[in-house]
Write a protein that binds this ligand. Structure first.
Ligand code: AMP
Ligand code: MG
Length: 340
């Protein structure tokens, strides 16, 4: 059965982390908080243990996992990385960013879905760091949600999806960002963004110089499955029909024009726009320019929207700029229809 362990991230009880670390060593599954979303972890070097992750999530096995390390120096044990790149990634770690690099032999193919590359992250969250350190092995971990559902950003959501499917759930309170890590491919001459996240393109350009941002990041064009395997899947999606309204000056008119075609809609609106829709059920996402607040609540909003008695979710999108790019990337995947 699943053991739930509450840990205060500001005053970590090492005895509690040790219970979880022992489970990892024995090939078990442990859910733990990170600064992005909650992760579902297993010993990355134990193939049988990693297989349990795919089973618990119902995740397709051609969608690779991220390998988490407690210290960036260890990246050299698992990847071929030149000194110049190493110096650059040091600037961004620990933190909410994942680097795709050429893997060494020791990295099992189950993590990489048979690729010759591996995705590596050093989380900044103190509980995640302690758990990895005390386990003594790298921890493979995707987000701790059932495959396809919004990622969990509070322990309650983890329990909804994972209770009975894992050995331990560490409840470490709220996450800092609420969006999965930025994923950047460093295996070619030009670094390529594979998944936008908390580390925004402006910051990446500062560190790496020129970077490529493929069209699929913005929901356009085709995903290069060989490079960004995870992006081909439906993701983050509520069970209800979800409609995304792209940001524009005309967004209010657009919603008013089409909303009558739907019975019993739930509107997810900016604080500023609520006044135009007094007669409808509304969840507020935040102020329209406060991307950090919207991001950190986004997946909780999608889960909550799914639990209401409404039949359809209509959600306002933000501008494709800065962290807004990452929010829109998730919303475009979460929705089955887009109003432009
Ligand atoms: P999640 O663990 O749910 O945050 O998803 C991890 C994501 O990291 C996957 O969906 C992939 O998009 C990406 N990823 C993991 N390993 C690789 C890799 N070797 N090459 C490219 N992308 C990867
Ligand atoms: Mg995920």
């Amino acid at each position: 059965m699943t053991e739930i362990i509450k840990v205060n991230p500001f005053d970590i009880d090492l005895k509690k982390i040790n219970i979880a670390a022992e489970k990892i060593k024995l090939g078990g599954l442990v859910v733990f908080p990170t600064e992005t979303v909650y992760g579902l972890g297993a010993n990355a070097l134990n193939e049988t243990a990693v297989k349990k992750i795919y089973a618990a999530k119902g995740r397709p096995s051609d969608n690779p996992l991220i390998m988490h390390l407690d210290r960036i120096e260890k990246i050299k044990d698992y990847t071929y990385i030149d000194d110049n790149i190493f110096e650059k990634i040091k600037v961004l770690t620990p933190g909410p960013i994942t680097f795709v690099l050429k893997k060494k032999e020791i990295v099992p193919e189950i993590i990489t879905a048979n690729r010759d590359t591996v995705a590596i992250r050093v989380p900044a969250h103190p509980i995640a760091q302690k758990l990895i350190e005390m386990s003594g092995v790298p921890i493979a971990a995707p987000s701790a949600n059932l495959s396809g559902r919004p990622s969990p950003t509070i322990a309650e959501h983890v329990i909804e999806d994972m209770f009975g499917r894992v050995d331990v759930i560490i409840d470490g309170g709220n996450v800092d960002f609420g969006l999965e890590s930025t994923v950047i491919d460093l295996t070619e001459d030009i670094p390529t963004l594979l998944r936008p996240g908390p580390i925004i393109p402006e910051k990446l350009k500062e560190v790496f110089g020129y970077i490529k941002i493929p069209d699929f990041i913005y929901g356009k064009g085709k995903v290069d499955i060989a490079k960004a395997p995870g992006m081909k899947y439906r993701h983050y999606a509520p069970d209800k029909k979800t409609i995304l309204v792209e940001y524009s000056k005309k967004r209010i008119e657009k919603i008013k024009e089409k909303i009558n075609n739907y019975k019993n809609p739930l509107l997810v609106l900016f604080e500023e726009d609520k006044k135009y829709f007094r007669e409808y059920d509304i969840i507020t996402s935040g102020n329209k320019n406060d991307y950090y607040k919207i991001a950190v609540k986004l997946f909780a909003i999608l889960r909550n929207a799914d639990k209401t008695k409404n039949d359809v979710i209509i959600i306002e999108g933000v501008k494709d700029e800065g962290l807004g790019i990452s929010i829109m990337n998730r919303l475009r995947k979460a929705s089955s229809e887009i109003w432009r």
